[in-house]
Design a protein around this ligand. Sequence first.
Ligand SMILES: Nc1ncnc2c1ncn2[C@@H]1O[C@H](COP(=O)(O)OP(=O)(O)OP(=O)(O)O)[C@@H](O)[C@H]1O
Length: 619
Amino acid sequence: MANSNPSNPNASTSKAPTNFDQMGFRPGGGPNHAGVPKVRSKNASGTMRRIWGYLKQQRQALVWVILCTVLTSVFALLGPYLIGRMIDDYIMPKQFDGFVRMGMILLGVYLFSALFTWIQQYMASSLSQNTVRDMREDLFNQYQRLPIQFFDQKTHGELMSRTTNDISNVSNTLNQTVVQLISSVLMLVGSLVMMLSLSIWMTLITMLTIPLIAFITKRISKHMRHFFSEQQKQLGEVNGFVQENISGLKVVKVFGREEKAVEQFREINERLRAIGVKAQSLSGSMGPMMNTMRNISFLVIAVFGAIFAYHDMITIGVIVSFLNYSNQFSQPINQLANQYNMFQSAIAGAERVFEVLDLKPEVTDDAPQSQQALIHGEVVFEDVCFGYKPEVDVLKGLSLHASPGQMIALVGPTGAGKTTVINLLTRFYDIRSGRILIDGEDIQQLDKQALRQQIGLVLQDAYVFSGTIRDNIRYGRLNATDQEVEEAARLANADTFIRKLPRGYDTPLNAEGSNLSQGQRQLLTIARAVLANPCILILDEATSSVDTRTELHIQEAMKTLMKGRTSFVIAHRLSTIQEADAILVIQDGQITEQGTHDQLIARNGFYNHMYQNQFASSV
Ligand SMILES: Nc1ncnc2c1ncn2[C@@H]1O[C@H](COP(=O)(O)OP(=O)(O)OP(=O)(O)O)[C@@H](O)[C@H]1O
């Protein structure tokens, strides 16, 4: 889609909000499945204009939808009138020829009406599906461009909810409500005009029955909405509980809490059942109740119609037409209120989507961007201060220097700021003060994409995507040949295990890579980094979750990978970093000790203490 982002005029301007805390993001931004918006839209007309921006890209479909809606409404209005005429002009006077002719015309009207309804539905579905496809695409594009900071503050569930629930809410509304809204208004006005043209008295009688129906419908709907929204809440509880239980199943089992979990689940499940019965029984009886009311109003119209006919004020045909029109008139009234609610709910959903689209994307930068190629890999931190939140300092004036090709190990207690150093080097976050230089160039002046291309990341939590093993390694460099992929795997010590798999490099992996062991996944991510061939490397060391043999494999692979590159290793096991050119001990956001392993041991400080502790616990 060529910049099909009509909804996002501000996307690249500096006016776009960047402070995600102030965005007023509502927790659990999903839709309200009862069709009632919990949150009314803040700027409905603005949001509608933006939805219109998407819609008008499908002009042809839109014209078809409107045309077909008008035609089907006209046909629907014509039907009762023709039936009345048939009764008065041909059935009552017993004119068989005319009766057959009129019958054929009516049949044609009904068939055409069905045809146009089908076209209308098809076009409306295309219109809404194309529109929400574009919205989903824009939203996904935006997720790719937003800074990591945004994702820190949102749960995955909430972001998923925006991409799926909120957008499907918009889609449903576009699909149903827009068409229904147009046809409801047309039917309402059309029926009224037709009724008035047939008989003013009968129109008044018909109108009398409407408020009663509308009142009762409103009362029932109110209860129903309450029950449905309660049901949705309980369903959320059940889902949440099941999800939590399955993710933490090992913990549940180890602590022997299965029975307790079943008991808790039974309670939540029972609550869902109870409210489900109320909601479903009321909604199930809604139709029959409406029918009864409609029948009563039919009766009223028939009785008064008979009285008027008896006094020769109207004909039998007019009574029949009225019976039909009364139905066509009351239906849109009932629907309009409901549609209004759905519409509001969709607008609120669209607003949540647009809120994300309006955020300032990460790649937009005020600073002039240099595309300079980084080839040496000299890294310097000069007095860097940073905090994730304004009120908390995480790094407090940290300085370091890594010469090209050096291996730098970062050690320190948990929460000291080791990962933060890496987060700043990759510009996942921007520093508060100080400078970070690569090859003498301030990274603020570098294009983020160009910068990240020079940095290889092997994280502790080895991430694989769904696809084959080959695809996963090729992720490092998309234009790599099969041979290069296999060579990278060999260098990463992954080739042997891959070849042992029945389908080798073509073995499909699922999203979590759960058909591979943790160590194997780690080797794949190393192969990926080998293929990418970055000049700076960041290794978050794998911890205890792999066996000793695999660990040796991984360490060997990492050594190969580090050769000739500036490497930062976040070390959890001090035994693996003894060969580092420099070990930096980070404590409370500052470097408290630095030097080689031997120098730090000789210094007899924090590092020596940590080392002795680990050494003691491993013997
Ligand atoms: N995304 C975040 N938002 C807010 N605070 C954060 C975020 N990430 C880390 N922190 C905080 O910053 C501090 C430093 O965290 P960091 O992850 O750099 O520590 P670390 O030294 O890598 O720890 P570990 O060895 O446990 O991984 C911690 O106090 C942590 O709570």
